[in-house]
Design a protein around this ligand. Structure first.
Ligand SMILES: Cc1cc2nc3c(=O)[nH]c(=O)nc-3n(C[C@H](O)[C@H](O)[C@H](O)COP(=O)(O)OP(=O)(O)OC[C@H]3O[C@@H](n4cnc5c(N)ncnc54)[C@H](O)[C@@H]3O)c2cc1C
Length: 439
């Protein structure tokens, strides 16, 4: 099994396949695992629970990963956080039971879980093409310092977030929202240190403008043209370290995460915005008087690119009705969270209500046009709206776990992943600690 991309989906896919006896190669272009968990400085992990916060839905490898970070004092288990608290940027809707964590703990735990399972990790390996025979993917081409390599595979699990392998192999994909093809904006995450946590919390208590923290200050600055980013709110998430917060607030419109020149532009402009926001916050936000820029993310955060056309496209209606699928492989509760592709607004909102629990079917991980291939994580088969809910990190872990298991089971059963009896996959997932409700 060749897993492409070592983010949340790829870590879970690699561990899951290796634990089921497959020989696994994990190709990651960075020098560490985690994807947005680490390179993107994205956090906290949004909810792994039902929308009402009552039931933990995403367990298995995700929960093991979190528990091992907790053991290193590098995370708080989601059962111990609450909607509206400082770890959730004081947001209530859709923000119950998040998982704050430290990126360094994520890097360490990801390495350890992969190595213990026997995964062959190859860093600095940028996959640049797919090898296809007929309609079957049989390998990938990747580049590293030594040049180009051909890696054969019985099954490739594409966890690149952009669906690179599926696209190189010629599988169809969709991009952006239906009306104009525009994708959600990018964001350069950054962290600040030296914040007076008590002052922030007291200020928020005294100025309840939830979900928009410091809303009066931001609105006044937007009115007189001094707010430095094209966004109407600041997302600020307390980390485990005193005085350190993650800021999810820069906004980069009109860029395509599959075009290197656009990503470069996002990274340059994103760091300018982070710097300008830092100065604005220091000057205007009570509690930030002595704050400093701790770091910007290694890579700009890309919310949306290709959505691979699979055997089933998950829709907004499926999420809103909580539709049951016989081939369910993951259950989720994070609601729709669309950031405006052209404007300043967006985020989770009750107006986009989803069911308390919704399901992801296996067919949404099976590309329609190519065999020997599965996708997991952000590039799954889903509509623009549905993807905006399933794109967060816990569902990516759950999809990766399912895709890795399916790849390994397909090999041991000598079938293409699409022909694997889904009951076999579901039984194996449950046996390994995943939760699929009461199917
Ligand atoms: C700005 C922003 C804010 C977000 N906020 C949150 C949040 O607060 N909480 C939350 O849970 N989720 C959040 N998300 C969503 C979440 O971070 C991602 O959607 C999620 O990480 C997707 O997981 P993934 O494994 O599919 O992809 P990624 O995390 O993107 O991982 C993909 C991996 O593949 C590697 N890769 C890509 N292409 C190749 C290639 N060709 N060859 C080799 N390696 C490759 C990358 O280097 C990376 O390691 C946010 C996303 C963004 C962009």
């Amino acid at each position: 099994v060749v897993v492409v991309g070592g983010g949340p989906a790829g870590i879970a896919a690699a561990v899951s396949a290796a634990r089921r006896g497959a020989k696994v190669v994990l190709l990651e272009r960075q020098g560490f695992l985690g994807g947005n968990l680490t390179a993107g400085l994205v956090g906290p992990c949004m909810t792994s629970y039902s929308l009402d916060g009552a039931t933990q839905l995403i367990r298995g490898i995700f929960d093991e990963f979190v528990t091992r970070m907790v053991d290193l004092d590098g995370a708080i288990h989601p059962s111990k956080t609450n909607a509206g608290d400082k770890y959730a940027s004081f947001i209530t809707y859709g923000h119950d039971k998040v998982t704050p964590f430290e990126p360094e703990a994520a890097k360490l735990v990801a390495n350890r879980m992969c190595l213990e399972a026997g995964v062959d990790i190859r860093f600095h390996a940028f996959v640049v093409d797919a090898v296809v025979e007929g309609d079957t993917v049989v390998g990938v081409i990747y580049a590293d310092k030594e040049g180009l390599h051909h890696q054969r595979a019985a099954v490739v699990v594409d966890c690149s977030a952009d669906g690179d392998v599926a696209a190189y192999a010629g599988n169809r994909f969709d991009y952006g929202r239906p009306e104009d093809g525009l994708a959600q904006p990018m964001t350069m995450f950054f962290r600040v240190s030296g914040v007076d946590d008590n002052v922030v919390e007291n200020y928020v208590d005294d100025h309840p403008t939830e979900p928009r923290v410091y809303a009066e200050i931001i609105d006044a600055a937007r009115a007189n043209g001094t707010f430095p980013v094209p966004r109407r709110s600041v997302g600020m998430y307390k980390t485990l370290k005193p005085g350190v917060w993650r800021i999810n607030s820069t906004r980069l419109h009109g860029l395509d995460g599959t075009i290197a020149a656009d990503v470069t532009k996002g990274e340059i402009e994103g760091r300018e915005q982070a710097n300008a926001l830092m100065a604005f916050m220091r000057e205007n936000f009570p509690g930030f008087e002595n704050a400093e820029l701790l770091d910007t993310a290694a890579t700009v955060g890309v919310r949306e690119t290709r959505r691979i056309v699979g055997q089933y496209e998950l829709t907004l209606d499926d999420l809103q009705t909580g539709r049951h699928f016989d081939d369910v492989i993951a259950m989720c509760g994070y609601p729709v969270d669309i950031h405006d592709p052209t404007g300043a607004g967006g985020g989770t909102a009750p107006s986009w209500a989803t069911a308390n629990i919704y399901e992801i079917p296996f067919r949404s991980l099976v590309p329609r046009d190519r065999k020997g291939l599965l996708v997991a994580g952000r590039c799954m088969s889903a509509s623009h709206e549905a993807m905006s809910a399933t794109r967060v990190m816990p569902p990516a872990f759950a999809m990766g776990e399912a895709a890795g298991a399916a790849a390994a089971l397909a090999i041991s059963n000598d079938v293409d992943p699409r022909d694997l009896p889904v009951g076999t996959l579901q039984d194996s997932l449950v046996e390994h600690g995943a939760y699929l409700g009461t199917r």
